[in-house]
Design a binder for this molecule. Structure first.
Ligand code: NAD
Ligand code: MG
Length: 379
């Protein structure tokens, strides 16, 4: 299998390359393109190890540096969104792992779909902001869209071989993040360093903050709606602190199927890359007796206002998820920079949503325009 990895320097990208190394000799994956934003040293190491045909770097100055650093290799270094799209459309690739964070992943992912590549999707913001367009193009091009997000991989595994009409509801599990059980009062004073301490997962900064605000679960509900064609109100969020059950599906006959695994992204990444064949993993195995008990609770929508806002935007549909996503990305960046407080993330998302009236069935141009507009407004 030949794979192009968009976002190879990120948390998901690096773990995907670990999976590629681990599977070597069992299920060989040739890495044909990689991409990153600024981490030139890491990209250089990845180029020397995996020898991709293309390495795309969003930032032009970084691309120029990388080009010098790897001038003795065969890898072509490209830059900008055009470069990312070329990496996504690299002719020999069978599959593209979409692991760029945020809205920046949308256009390159669409380029990959248009070129007939199967997609392993980690970049949830792509479906949040343009789910209808992405799903339509996937079906028109007849490519496969395989979820990498652990909950969606779990749901996909529970649904494999089942009839869509027999699904009653999806039970989407949530760790609850570092601030589970906190009051609004306690959240007033938390800083980025507190929010970056996730109890169960080690991830990129943006998704770690989204987990702390529980915006991440809201984004995942919208992601699930598009991936599995279900209504938002047929998705129930369950706080499950142990992150062992990655999600469940309830069927019309009362049966509930769950997928369990240790909290490691390498499992869902490997599942997406090698589907429909499962490949052996040498990683530690799940021991339920060590864990002892699995717990479940309802999310607190009053404390985690971002979760309620995301669900509201998801129910409204149209352009509102784009507005919500852009406002959240801008607000999270400000919080990480120490410019705003934790609870102001929610205020910014709420205020921005209040400034827009909905547009039904937005085109890609509408989505690109509104995303840029919201960011400019919050810059
Ligand atoms: P990360 O911040 O660790 O990595 C992001 C990658 O995107 C890096 O390679 C970076 O160079 C690249 N990038 C950032 N901005 C870019 C831009 N403007 N243009 C081009 N490239 C750019 O993020 P991550 O944690 O790996 O998450 C990636 C995606 O996967 C996110 O959408 C996230 O929600 C999703 N996801 C991550 C995890 C996880 O465990 N990390 C789990 C589920 C889903
Ligand atoms: Mg997830």
């Amino acid at each position: 299998m030949r794979l192009s990895i968009l976002g190879s320097t990120g948390s998901i990208g690096r773990q995907a390359l670990e999976v590629v190394r681990d599977l070597n000799g069992i299920f060989d994956i040739e890495v044909t393109a990689i991409s990153g934003n600024t981490n030139i040293g890491l990209l250089e190491n990845q180029i020397r190890e995996f020898k991709p045909k293309i390495a795309a770097v969003f930032d032009e100055t970084s691309a120029a540096k990388l080009r010098m650093a790897v001038s003795d290799t065969e890898t072509r270094v490209l830059c900008g969104e055009g470069g990312l799209c070329e990496a996504a459309a690299e002719p020999s690739a069978d599959m593209v792992l979409a692991a760029i964070v945020g809205f920046a992943g949308l256009v390159p992912t669409l380029c990959a779909i248009d070129e007939g590549k199967d997609i392993a999707l980690a970049n949830k913001e792509t479906l949040v902001t343009a789910g209808d367009i992405v799903i339509k193009r996937v079906s028109e091009r007849g490519v496969r869209l395989l979820p990498v997000d652990s909950e969606h991989s779990a749901i996909f595994q529970c649904l494999d071989g089942e009839e869509k009409k027999s699904v009653r509801k999806i039970l989407l599990t949530a760790s609850g993040g570092p601030f589970f059980g906190c009051s609004r009062e306690e959240l007033k004073s938390v800083v980025a360093a507190d929010a970056l301490k996730h109890p169960n997962w080690s991830m990129g900064a943006k998704i770690t903050i989204d987990s702390a605000t529980m915006m991440n679960k809201g984004l995942e509900v919208i992601e699930a709606k598009h991936l599995f064609g279900v209504d938002i109100d047929d998705i129930e969020i369950l706080v499950h602190r142990e992150s062992v059950i990655h999600s469940m599906v309830e069927f019309c006959d009362g049966s509930v199927m769950a997928q369990l695994a240790r909290p490691s992204m390498k499992m869902p990444i490997s599942h997406a890359l090698t589907y429909p064949h499962r490949q052996p993993s040498r990683d530690a195995r799940l021991s339920l007796t060590d864990i002892g008990a699995l717990t479940f609770a309802k999310p607190d929508y009053n404390v985690f206002g971002c979760l309620a806002l995301a669900l509201e935007a998801g129910r409204a549909g149209g352009i509102m998820p784009t507005v919500m996503n852009a406002a959240n990305e801008a607000a999270v960046a400000k919080f990480l920079n120490g410019e705003i407080s934790f609870l102001q993330i929610e205020d910014i998302v709420r205020d921005t949503l209040g400034k827009y009236s909905n547009t039904e069935n937005p085109s890609l141009d509408d989505i690109l325009k509104v995303n840029a507009e919201v960011r400019a407004r919050l810059a």
